[in-house]
Write a protein that binds this ligand. Structure first.
Ligand code: SF4
Ligand code: SF4
Length: 713
């Protein structure tokens, strides 16, 4: 194939050979580094999820969050510059391939693309050189001028941004110089493609260039008065600088936060698609045999958990929303993820050597003396601070999860070291001995039914009366609904609503025990599994198929976690069932007075299970109630501070989370706040008392029950 004059004078030996050697070395180094990362990834425990099921849904997940970058645009400015850079990256991948091909086979074009493709591509490429450069400038402005708190100063980020900007400049300069060289050669009648076709066709070719590469061609015109040798220097210099920068960029990626350029799309593909609030069940007996519970070393995390670490872009979106970080606790989800990654990378070589049985024993010595993960890289306080609200996971643009890692560390502390906040012991004892974390007598579990004007059947009574088969739904009351004062009122409200609708329901009564949600999230998997097996056995014994509960924590555990123990039930939240009964006309809500209401979304109902509409539909059906949404609501709802077993732990550092949330509620200026979780009710009620606030909390079911018709007698 004929070379252009510029190529002919350059891409002969030794240029081609030199480039080929450089390319091969860079690729070999890249392959080596990535293979080391893969080895690191595959150390430790196997993954416990099926990461390949529903491939189409996974691909769509990649398209939605990877290519369309849905989460990035929650911060419109950052979304814009990231989209500009990302689209440039995609378009210029082909351009890079072209340039590499040009270096290896001077004068040849990429062979596998249809005729006419290049013109269109060159037009897009020219546009993308500009938009990517604009994206880089916007990103640098965000990092250095209009900086957000979530973005820490980062040499690494600045270096990569400057490198991307440099690539755009060198690409443009090489293209323009090459175009000017071709034009000069054509005009001078020199040998080459344009000249061979004569001056007329050279002019036609230049006109075509102006059409398809307007930016490159206008720059080429600007520099066309330079001498042939100056243009050659610009072309060769820019071409080499561009290609060398790309090879440096590629080899730098695996060492820096920009590894996400490679790992983000796979991380999104392998993400957990459903039941984000479900914790993984592990085999207690096997763990006991191996004498290893949970995770105490970075390498013990699963490959997917490590892929999360590799993928963190350090964007800080998780930190920006984390209630514990915002209230001054030591936990920053971004810091947590970066610390895990640093712990893994620091010992990477020694870990790989030991795993492969290589070396002279020095790797073992290095590992024995390394900084421990718990108490070294990560403080214990950090591990216990998390409320498992999952706001960070909702915010993360690349699908990273935290709660699984925090709870794996807690499992290790509780089951292997017996190290946990002393208050947790009281809750564990209560769950173990009385079936509730408050330590109330198990025999009082159904005492809340006493004041009702109608009997509430237990499943045992229904079975005795041969009614068990006719029970439509089991009302799972939960510990708070059974013992806590406001919780008991809400339980009575739900009973009244079910009674009004003529739903045949029953409770387990004294046979119900805690679901074990708090035990599991505090790391006591053994206690959780004991309670889960007991509850599942009991419900299956009564032939339960449908459950309604007002506690989102029970809801999450019953619906998402009990299937691992053979308990597959249709589980509804109280607001879901009652809203449906209202819509079907089985319940009429007739009483009410004007009341403006904020609605506080419980994390375990909303972010963990996607139930946002039912409580609102029910509130809207109550005469007089008007909802004024909180600025942080639905997927962005802020935690009350009770989740993850934090309800049972002291909170002594920083502002109390419940007070921070209550301040937001007070600022919304409504008459009251609606809740749909007994824990939220307690936390917000406490905050009101502690802050001498005025916004009273009501459960949605309480308000609905108040609106029922009053029946004579
Ligand atoms: S789950 Fe909630 S409390 Fe825990 S790290 Fe994430 S945002 Fe923070
Ligand atoms: S974990 Fe996700 S949200 Fe947090 S800093 Fe890393 S990429 Fe950003």
């Amino acid at each position: 194939m004929a070379l252009t004059p510029a190529q002919a004078t350059y891409f002969g030996f030794p240029g081609t050979l030199l480039f080929a050697l450089l390319l091969l070395s860079a690729l070999a180094l890249f392959a080596y580094t990535v293979s080391r990362r893969v080895q690191l990834l595959l150390l430790g425990a196997g993954d416990r999820e099926n990461r390949l099921e529903r491939p189409l849904a996974r691909l769509w997940h990649v398209v939605e969050y990877g290519f369309l970058q849905r989460k990035m645009f929650r911060d419109a400015y950052a979304g814009l510059y990231h989209a500009l850079i990302f689209s440039g990256f995609l378009v210029l991948l082909l351009r890079t391939l072209m340039l590499v091909f040009e270096g290896l086979f001077p004068g040849a074009a990429l062979p596998f693309l249809p005729a006419g493709f290049w013109e269109g591509y060159l037009l897009v490429k020219d546009a993308v050189l500009v938009t990517t450069f604009v994206g880089v400038v916007l990103a640098l402005l965000r990092r250095h001028v209009a900086r957000k708190e979530r973005l820490d100063p980062s040499f690494d980020a600045d270096l990569i941004l400057c490198l991307i900007g440099f690539l755009m400049v060198t690409d443009l300069a090489a293209g323009a110089a090459k175009m000017a060289l071709d034009a000069k050669a054509a005009a001078a009648g020199a040998s080459g493609v344009a000249a061979a076709a004569g001056a007329a066709s050279a002019h036609a070719a230049l006109a075509t260039n102006a059409l398809w590469e307007p930016l490159t061609s206008s720059l080429s015109k600007q520099i066309s008065s330079l001498s042939f040798s100056s243009l050659q220097s610009i072309y060769f210099g820019s071409w080499w600088a561009h290609l060398v920068a790309i090879l440096v960029f590629a080899n730098y990626l695996p060492f820096a936060k920009h590894f996400h350029v490679i790992t983000a799309l796979p991380n999104l593909f392998f993400a957990k698609l459903d039941s984000p609030g479900k914790m993984v069940t592990f085999d207690i007996e096997k763990a006991a045999e191996a004498e290893r519970f949970g995770v105490s070393r970075a390498e013990d995390f699963t490959w997917k958990q490590k892929l999360d670490m590799f993928t963190c872009t350090e964007c800080g979106r998780c930190r920006e929303v984390c209630p514990t970080h915002l209230t001054g606790k030591p936990l920053s989800p971004k810091g947590f993820m970066v610390d895990l990654r640093n712990a893994l990378y620091t010992d990477a070589d020694a870990l790989i050597d030991v795993d492969a049985g290589r070396g002279d024993g020095s790797a073992e010595v290095a590992l024995a003396a390394r900084t421990p993960l718990i108490g070294g890289w990560i403080d214990e306080e950090t591990i216990w601070a998390c409320t498992t609200c999952r706001y960070c996971e909702h915010a993360c643009p690349v699908g990273i999860t935290y709660v699984d890692k925090i709870t794996d560390l807690r499992r290790h502390l509780v089951l292997e070291r017996s190290e946990f906040p002393k208050e947790a012991q009281t809750a564990f004892n209560g769950m173990e001995r009385q079936g509730n974390p408050w330590n109330f007598a198990a025999s009082d579990r159904d005492a809340w039914t006493k004041d009702l004007p109608f009997p509430v059947l237990t499943m045992a009574e229904a079975a005795d009366a041969k009614l068990a088969g006719g029970i439509e739904v089991l009302f799972w009351v939960g510990c708070a609904g059974s013992y806590e004062e406001r919780g008991k009122r809400v339980s009575r409200s739900l009973a009244k609503l079910l009674h009004e609708a003529g739903v045949t329901y029953a409770i387990l009564g004294k046979e119900e025990t805690c679901t074990g949600d708090a035990a599991r999230r505090l790391g006591n998997e053994y206690l959780f599994q004991t309670l889960a097996q007991q509850n599942v056995e009991r419900m299956k014994g009564y032939g339960v198929t449908k459950i309604v509960t007002n506690c989102p924590h029970c809801f999450n555990t019953l619906a998402n976690e009990y299937p691992d123990f053979g308990g597959r039930f249709e589980v509804m939240h109280g607001t879901e069932l009652v809203a449906r009964l209202v819509a079907e006309g089985r319940i009429r809500l007739v009483h009410g007075a004007p009341m403006s209401l904020s609605f506080h979304d419980p994390c375990y109902l909303g972010r963990h299970n996607g139930v946002y509409d039912a409580p609102r539909e029910l509130l809207n059906a109550i005469p007089g109630v008007s909802i004024r949404e909180l600025p942080n609501s639905r997927e962005n709802g802020m935690c009350c501070g009770a989740g993850g077993g934090r309800m049972w732990l002291d909170e002594t550092i920083g502002t109390r989370v419940n007070q921070a949330r209550f301040a937001e509620i007070e600022a919304n200026g409504t008459d009251a706040v609606g809740v749909s979780c007994p824990f939220c009710m307690v936390m917000l009620g406490n905050a009101k008392a502690e802050m001498a606030g005025t916004t009273e909390a009501f459960d949605v079911l309480e308000l609905a029950a108040r609106a029922l018709p009053v029946h004579p007698g």
